[in-house]
Every structure is written in C-alpha cells, then in structure tokens.
Design a protein around this ligand. Structure first.
Ligand code: ADP
Ligand code: MG
Length: 695
C-alpha cells in the first residue's frame, strides 16, 4: 500500500533512470501516473512461433541472440544483434538494428533471450528489424509472469519530451501493483453490485485500463472509471440546479391582455410546437421558482415570437423584459420586429448596441434626450452589460443564439436583473449527452417543427468553375423578384483578408449580374454602413448581397431564395447549416450552391450530407462523427483533457446513469457530497469544451 503523493523514485521496482526521465516531464508521483490514460493498446499476446515474415504489420517473437556487434558507415553507425527463434526449431536468422546507438552493445550479449516486437523488413532475402521494442527474458517463472512490454495487451502512452514508452510503462506497472485497495471514489454510489461492473473497484479498474486481461475488460474498466467521473460532474450540476431553485423567484402571472392583443395582431398562428414550448415557459414564469430554461429549435423554427410572448408575460406582470443578441445586425432586426409588433400594444422598446442607444420613441439617448420612464422592452448586444441605467425591475432575461456568448457574459446579464426568469435560445442541435453536460442545470424546450415545413431548399455542391452558370440562375431568380446572398469564407483569422475576399467578390459579382444591384457587407464596415446595407437589402433595393459570415446568425429576409457559398470547404457543416438557414424563410423554394475547388473530392464527399438533408440534428451528428469528438474533447487525446476516461458523445447512457446517482446522493446521502466533489474539480472546463465542440 502506498500513499498517492509518494515520489516515483521511492516506489518499489521503478528503476531510478525511469523515475528521472519521467520527473523531467513533471510526472513525479504515484498520483501523476494514475492521472495518465494509455492512448491505445497493442495486442502483443500472440507470440509468433512460426517463421519471421517481412511485411507492414509488427509481430512479436521470442528470440535468442547469436551474435552482436557495431558497424560503421562513415559517420553513421549501427549496432546489430543477430537472433534466431529461441525454440531453435527454425534455422532462420533476423538482424535487429539500432542506428547511432553504439552503447546498445552494453545492453545485449550473445546467449540472451529476448521478446521483440516490430516490423520485419526484407532486403534481398536478408531479414531485419529496426529499433524493435524488446524485453530481455531473464528466465525463471517469476519474471515470465511479469512481462510488462511484450506478450500481453500492452499500453501505449502519449509521450512528452524525454519520456519513453518503456519508462512510463514500467512506472505504471509498479505503481499499479502497489496501489491501495480502496479509494475514496469507491464510496460513491456506483452500481458495482449490478452485473455490468460486478467486482470492480477503482484500483482494479485502473489496473485493467493500463494492463488489461482482455479488450473486453479494458472497456468495462474504462466505463467504470468514466461513470465515476461523470458522477462527480453531474453532482455539481444537480447541486447548482437545486440552489437556483432554492434562491426563490417571483411569480409572473399577468393579465393575459397584452398577449391576447399580440396574438390577434400576429399575421400567423403559432405552430403546435411553438405553443407547447410557450406553455412550458409560461408555467415556469408563473411558479415561485426562477425559470432557467433553454429554448432549442433549428434555424427558422420560429424562436423569436415565442421569446416575445414570454417577454410580454413579464411586462403584463409589471416588470421589464430584456433580450440580448450576439450581433448588432441581429439586435437591430429584433428591435425592428419588436417595434412592429409590440409598440402598437403601447409598449416602449429601447435598443442598445455598441453604437446606439435609442429609447422607445426612437430618440437617441446617447445625445442626451433621455426620457424619465424606463423602457418596457430592452433589446441589445453585449453593450447592455455596460448600461445599468436601462435595466430596471427586469423580470425576464432572454439570450438569443446563446452559444455565441460566454458563460460569464450570460451570468453578468442575469445578475443585472432582479432575480429574473432566464430563457436562453439556441439553434445549435445538441446531441442528448451534451445537453445534459452543457445545459445540465437547465430545463429544455424543443421546437421540433418548422412553420413552413413545405418550403424546400435545394442544395448542390459544385466546382467553382460553374460560377457563370450559377450567375445565370441567380439572374433568373432576381428577374422573378427574388434576392440572393453570396457568401465568402473566412480566409484566415484576420478580418482584413476576409473583407478583402468579399470586396473582390463584390466587384466580380457586380459585373456578372449587371445591371442588377449588388450590395456588400463585411465585419470591417461601420455599424451605420452595415445597417444601411441591410436596410436596402431588406427593402429589395439590393438584388444580391455579397457578404462574409456576418450574416450567419439570425438574419431574416424571407424574399431571399438563393445562397452561393464560396470556398465552402473551409466551413464546418454546422456553420454551413446556419448560413443556409438564411434562405427558405418565405413561400418560395430556395437554392443553395456550395462551391468547392475543382478536384477537391474530399470536401465534395464531406458536403454531400448538405445535399441530402436540411435536418440540423442529422448534420450536427455527421459533423461530430467526422471531426471525431477526440479532436476537440476526447479523453486521452489531449494531454490535459478534463475527462480522462469518459467520452461525452459515446457514453450517453453512463451520463444519464451518473445523473440519477447524483440526484440520489443529494436526496439520500448528503454526507457523501464533499468527498464526491473532490473527485472531479474541472467541471467548468468540461462545460466550456463541450460547448466549443458545438460551435
Ligand atoms: P429562428 O428560430 O431561426 O430564430 P425566427 O424566429 O427568425 O426563427 O423565425 C423565422 C421566420 O418564421 C420569421 O420570419 C418568423 O416571422 C416566421 N414565423 C415564426 N413562427 C411562425 C409561424 N408559426 N407561422 C409562420 N411563420 C412563422
Ligand atoms: Mg433567431
């Protein structure tokens, strides 16, 4: 039994040089080794008793050294050890080679037996293996039982700096041998008695994930450890959720008058899905507990009216409603809708963006014509966060396209309210597992239906050489009274280049489409310029709009039916889906063309899913599948991944189970809370990473 903070140099069995190598990279204690997870395993159980065979696949052999020596070629040198099978049955020879490592002559001697693992090469009938993994067999049953590197399912680790596989493996082996039999984690209510994890404890599971008896045991052990990890995480989420509820909110019931007038005036009826979500929201608001809800719906599902109806309930209750959007263009669009729909009801709508501060009568407050009463509805960008005056007795805070905001910004806005109800909205399709992780403390309402399910968007991936044909098509659409977007990709992080591509594109398309009016929109234009362009496009004075991805979120111009996206290969699928959501918003069939380089088959294949479906969920899942969660999140993939064993996407069932166990702990075993929370300290990191994955 060893303490977790014991230095590796003092762990019995770990050679001093191995401890030193690892120490250089910060792996110095027993705990440091336990915090590593092999990045993969190699099955080296099968010892090849048959002939040595050249090929691409490494193989494992038990051999006997017959001759050793150093050879030199000019300045290069190679140490060679000639071996044959230890069984001696086959007279075949194999030469093991180590380049520029003359000191290997001190490691090997004739007559030694080795287990070797590597790829065999055939050079004109001479077989060789360069830099094999090896283990010297010293003989005796004990040592045989202790094969660490070969003859088993062998762990392969991600190395840093001077580390070697062997040093790490030896250290892991001896640490795991000496591990304490029980950990604090074993107190956690993992259902170890039930079949799936029967007989496992943390130390057993740790041994199995490094040196598994079988691939099945490896996976079982990983899942056991993942469950513990998720449990610690979900315990925090569940506790936070309870705290919010306990903090108490105000009942917002309202008279129903404003809502009645609002719906009377609205040119359409809510879809069933919208109505259901709105009912859920109103029920939350009417209760004494603060609302903390996510309104989740694909692009074009109609989240804005639902938000307005929620905001009206707050106003009916004598309080103020605030809506925050991620871009100025979007905030202005919301303000315009609010003025159209809400001002006739006698409400005052204020707009606050980085460059603008208007009160309900369109007066510019920045120029000092401030009015005395506070607005009923405040709409703005994050500039709201710096404007305490506008907010007063805020009963609801709505955050649109919430994935564009940081957790801290959201919290800040909520604090400015007066224990407000909170509604966050997103179009990002989130797999179920991630919902529990990112939004584990929120209730979720999903608008799973679009108002105009009938409207089709036809999408095609085309080589960019087809631009002329596309121009002809767009011109026809324009002649029928429609409009189009032409989007240029972010070429690199610099807005300057980005704007450059769009500016050049604007010249080209102005010629291609002449005499149609073509506008230009990019992030480097001033707020007024942007607003002016959007105004003209919305009014139909511009037939086409060349733009960067500033139009990505939220823009709603129903008459636009065409979208061309240049260099579509540079975009993620989720982002393309967002962009495409700008069309198909009216009555008319819409068309999206994704331009890729002529011979870019890889992207043609990747983008094919866009031709097949407009279902955001399907696209997002395909996206995650392709990118692989490991890229962004994965357990062992990044040196300091917050989740060592769990895989957020794959372990859905475990995440759910962990949540149940966490709820049970809070209900039944509160004394477990402290030790349990100590198990997993990185919760915010996980949430941020999970969120990053979705962007
Ligand atoms: P998103 O969910 O992407 O934010 P919006 O709220 O911008 O979607 O709505 C998309 C478009 O659909 C808007 O033009 C909106 O006025 C319209 N819309 C919303 N709900 C309905 C409905 N029930 N019937 C018809 N049109 C609707
Ligand atoms: Mg929206």
């Amino acid at each position: 039994m060893i303490p977790l903070d014991l230095s590796l140099a003092e762990v019995p069995g770990i050679p001093a040089h191995a401890a030193r190598l690892l120490g250089k990279e910060g792996v110095t204690t027993v705990a440091d080794v336990i915090a590593l997870m092999p990045s993969r395993h190699e099955d080296r159980r099968q010892m090849q008793a048959l002939a040595f065979q050249a090929g691409l696949v490494p193989s494992c052999h038990h051999v006997l050294i017959t001759k050793t020596g150093n050879k030199f070629f000019g300045r290069a040198g190679v140490f060679e050890a000639v071996v044959r099978h230890a069984t001696g049955l086959l007279g075949q020879q194999l030469t093991l080679k180590w380049w520029n490592m003359p000191f290997m002559s001190r490691v090997f001697a004739e007559g030694q037996e080795l287990i070797i693992y590597g790829v065999i090469k055939d050079t004109k009938g001479r077989l060789s293996m360069s830099h094999p993994e090896y283990e010297i067999v010293k003989g005796g049953a004990d040592d045989d039982a202790q094969q660490i590197h070969t003859g088993r399912i062998t762990p392969i680790y991600r190395l840093k700096g001077a580390m070697t596989q062997k040093a790490l493996r030896v250290a892991a082996w001896h640490v795991l041998q000496a591990l304490p039999e029980s950990f604090i984690e074993d107190l956690l209510p993992t259902p170890s008695g039930e079949g799936e994890f029967a007989g496992l404890s943390r130390s057993k599971a740790l041994r199995e994930v490094h040196f598994p008896a079988s691939m099945e045991r490896l996976e079982q052990a990983r899942r056991y450890l993942a469950l513990q990890e998720f449990y610690g995480y979900q315990l925090r989420v569940a506790r936070r959720k309870r705290r919010v509820i306990e903090s108490g909110g105000r009942k917002q019931v309202g008279t129903g008058e404003l809502l009645r007038d609002f719906f009377n005036e609205l040119p359409f009826q809510l879809t069933t899905a919208q109505q259901r979500c709105l009912d859920e929201i109103h029920r939350d608001m009417a209760s004494g507990n603060p609302m903390n809800r996510l309104l989740h719906g694909d692009v074009g599902s109609g989240k804005t009216v639902v938000a307005f109806a929620a905001m009206l309930r707050a106003v009916e209750s004598g309080r103020q409603a605030v809506l925050m959007a991620p871009t100025q263009i979007l905030a202005e669009q919301h303000a315009r809708s609010a003025r159209k729909w809400l001002e006739p009801l006698g409400l005052r709508v204020a707009l606050r963006t980085g460059s603008k501060r208007e009160d309900g009568d369109g007066l510019d407050l920045m120029r000092g014509k401030s009015s005395s009463t506070k607005p009923d509805i405040v709409i703005g960008t994050h500039a709201l966060l710096h404007d305490a005056e506008l907010m007063h007795n805020t009963g609801i805070v709505v955050i649109d396209e919430q994935h564009k905001f940081g957790v801290a910004q959201r919290a800040k806005l909520i604090r400015k309210g007066d224990t407000p109800d909170v509604l966050v909205m997103t179009a990002t399709p989130i797999p179920r597992t991630l919902t529990l992780t990112i939004y584990g403390d929120l209730e979720v309402s999903t608008i799973d239906q679009k108002p105009r399910d009938g409207v089709k968007i036809i999408t095609k991936v085309r080589p960019k050489t087809k631009q002329k044909d596309a121009a002809k098509f767009l011109r026809e659409q324009i002649e029928e009274g429609r409009q189009g977007y032409i989007v240029y990709a972010l070429i690199d992080e610099s807005e300057k280049l980005d704007a450059g591509a769009a500016t050049k594109g604007h010249e080209e398309w102005s010629k291609l489409l002449a005499p149609c009016e073509v506008g230009l929109l990019h992030g480097r234009m001033s707020a007024e310029e942007k607003e002016d362009v959007m105004k003209r496009f919305r009014a139909g004075k511009l037939d086409a709009l060349v733009s960067t991805t500033v139009i990505e979120v939220g823009i709603d111009v129903p008459n636009a039916t065409v979208m061309f996206i240049h260099d579509a290969g540079r975009f993620g699928l989720a982002q393309l889906h967002q962009l495409r959501g700008r069309i198909g918003r009216g009555e008319n069939t819409s068309y999206c063309v994704l331009f890729v380089d002529d011979k870019d088959d890889e992207n043609r294949q990747r983008l094919a899913i866009m031709e097949e479906t407009s279902d955001g969920f399907q696209i997002a899942e395909e996206d995650l599948r392709r990118r692989g969660p490991g890229d962004v999140l994965g357990h062992a993939q990044s040196g300091q991944a917050p989740l060592l064993f769990g895989e957020l996407l794959a372990d859905t069932r475990l995440v759910r189970l962990a949540r149940q166990l966490a709820e049970r702990t809070l209900d039944e075993d509160p004394q477990l809370l402290r030790p349990a929370l100590a198990v997993f300290r990185d919760e915010p990191v996980v949430a941020e990473k999970a969120q990053a994955m979705m962007q």
